[in-house]
Design a protein around this ligand. Sequence first.
Ligand SMILES: [Ca+2]
Length: 157
Amino acid sequence: MKFVSLLAVLAVADCKPQYVIRVPNGGNVPSSKAIGHKSSNGGGPVNSFGNDFSANGLTWTTMLCQTDSDGDGATNGQELLDPCCVWTQGATTNAGIPTHPGEANTFTAAQLAALQCNSNTSSNTTITSTQKSNDATALQVYSIIITAVVFSLLGFT
Ligand SMILES: [Ca+2]
C-alpha cells in the first residue's frame, strides 16, 4: 500500500510545467501540452515517455534521447527533433514538427530514414549563446576594419 501511495505522489510531482523546457521541443508537440502524461493536458498518470523521463532523473540524457519509449521505431530524440542527441536545456531546437514520444506513431521506412542523425540535423542544434557572442564580436571587428579601409580610401587618414 505504501508503494502505491509513493507512486501516486511521484505521478503528481511529475506533472509540473517546468519539465516541458527540459526536453527539446517539449512544448511543441501538436495536440499535447504534457508529453510525459497520458492526458494531453497533463496531470494524472504518466505514459511510457514520462516513465523513462523519470528514470533518467527528469533530465534529457543521451540514454533518454536514444530510447524509443513508445516502441514505434523512432527514438525519443528523433521524435523531438534531436536525432543526434546533442540538445541541452536552453539551446535552440531543430526546425520542424516534432512527434509524440509517448504515443506510438506509424512511420514508413522512408520517414524513419529521414529522422536519422546526419550532419545537417546535428549542426542546427549546436548553436549556443557563446557561439552567437563570438559571431557578434567577429562582426564588430570586421566593421571596424571595413570602416578604417573606407576612411583610408577617402583620404581621411
Ligand atoms: Ca518512438
